[in-house]
Design a protein around this ligand. Structure first.
Ligand SMILES: [Zn+2]
Length: 146
């Protein structure tokens, strides 16, 4: 699933992530790929939290949602659309907000602000990466790994 995500095109992305739950499942799987570690107390044991795919520390009871520490945190956009937007921007960073707005049937302002987030993430990644190769996965999880 993870390697597929880096290589899929927009159509496949659309088919694969056709509802919020699937996006959340993906984020959770990516984020806690190496296991859960509570950001608050370092505990590695968890139970499920209140929202889908969130995890709750069994020691300090702090809950972390699947979107926390990713660019989708507090994202007002329907997640499958946000995934598409991120994908489009990653593949053609020069894409205009007008184009995004037309393609995704979303308000230009919404596209603009989320695109800015994605672009910032790409810029920061480029500074760090030697080959300058950016994977969508890194963009999505960028905030969490820094
Ligand atoms: Zn904890």
């Amino acid at each position: 699933m993870l390697t597929i995500f880096d290589k899929i095109n927009i159509k496949q992305l659309q088919t694969f992530f056709d509802d919020e739950e699937k996006c959340l499942a993906f984020l959770a799987e990516e984020k806690w790929h190496d296991g859960f570690v509570c950001r608050n107390c370092g505990n590695t044991k968890y139970c499920s939290g209140k929202t889908p795919y969130s995890r709750r520390c069994t020691r300090c009871k702090k809950e972390e949602s699947a979107t926390a520490h990713t660019i989708f945190h507090r994202c007002k956009i329907y997640l499958p659309d946000a995934f598409k937007l991120a994908h489009l921007v990653c593949n053609s960073p020069e894409i205009s907000t007008v184009e995004l707005s037309n393609t995704l049937q979303m308000r230009q302002m919404t596209c603009w602000s989320f695109k800015k987030k994605v672009t910032q993430c790409i810029d920061e990644r480029e500074d760090m990466s030697i080959e300058g190769k950016i994977e969508l996965k890194e963009i999505i999880l960028g905030n969490g790994k820094r």
